[in-house]
Design a protein around this ligand. Structure first.
Ligand code: FPP
Length: 254
């Protein structure tokens, strides 16, 4: 009879091999989770916040350096007004409720996206926690909020165009590294793993530039049901992938 390994056993197992430094998650399936239960969609997002808490704890415990969560896309502004308002309330609630745990666990809270589009009631606790946690080094938790990968690339290109126009752009060929330095995610480590829940096989404008060499894991589990052991199972699967970065298998260090 096969037994399901305990959370502690799974954690010990993934800690034995190199971990992805930076994991991005497309937290999809909240609406379907709620609809399957005859609940309002917002209840799916609410249950999804519990998954956020569990997965963040697990990532911190095993030693992932950076976790980026796709919480609200630039395109999500076009959802029904009540859903957008409910999500903004949830974000505010999350930032207030999780503040102590984030600070107690030396997590640095970061955010990427068109943050000036967020309502003040989200921006204020977000900026406060970002400032309060700025010296924390155990893990960086980035919320992608009002975020779009295309929007981010256009903003980076616009900054370079402005620098060129004003004569402050160094007169040397632009490299991928110099371009990446203009992205909102610039100081974060490269993205090693992107996970998308809910059975959809799309990137949906998430970390388009940064995921160039990331491994992808698509799981059928809906986000509100995706908990610590699902996350650890993704890390374990990542640890069995061979990352070649364009090389052949034989060229890789043994
Ligand atoms: C996509 O599922 C999910 C979102 C648009 C919002 C994600 C938000 C949370 C997980 C909760 C709040 C976040 C934090 C950080 C506390 P969907 O609504 O598109 O699901 P569906 O495809 O089943 O309709």
């Amino acid at each position: 009879m096969s037994t399901i390994p305990s959370l502690a056993a799974l954690e010990a197992q993934v800690k034995e091999r190199p971990l992805p430094r930076h994991v991005g998650i497309i937290m999809d399936g909240n609406g379907r989770w709620a609809e399957e239960r005859g609940l309002p969609r917002l209840e799916g997002h609410r249950e999804g916040s519990n998954s956020v808490r569990e997965v963040t704890r697990a990532a911190r415990r095993v030693g992932v350096e950076a976790l980026t969560l796709y919480a609200f896309s630039s395109q999500n502004w076009s959802r029904p007004m009540e859903e957008v308002a409910g999500l903004m309330d949830l974000l505010r609630e999350y930032l207030e409720k999780e503040r102590k745990e984030i600070l107690d666990n030396a997590i640095r809270l970061n955010a990427v996206g068109e943050l000036d589009r967020l309502p003040r009631m989200v921006r204020t606790p977000l900026e406060r926690l970002r400032d309060e946690s700025s010296a924390n080094r155990a893990m960086v938790l980035t919320l992608a909020l009002s975020y779009g990968g295309q929007e981010e690339i256009v903003a980076a290109a616009s900054r370079l165009v402005a620098a060129a126009r004003s004569g402050t752009l160094p007169d040397r060929p632009l490299t991928p590294e110099a371009f990446a330095a203009q992205l909102w995610t610039a100081p974060l480590p490269p993205v090693d793993l992107v996970v998308r829940t809910s059975g959809e096989h799309r990137v949906s404008n998430f970390l388009l530039w940064q995921s160039a060499y990331a491994e992808f894991i698509f799981t059928d589990t809906l986000w509100p049901e995706f908990r610590a052991h699902h996350f650890l199972a993704c890390l374990a699967e990542y640890q069995h992938r061979e990352r070649r970065f364009g090389l052949t298998s034989a060229q890789l260090p043994k």
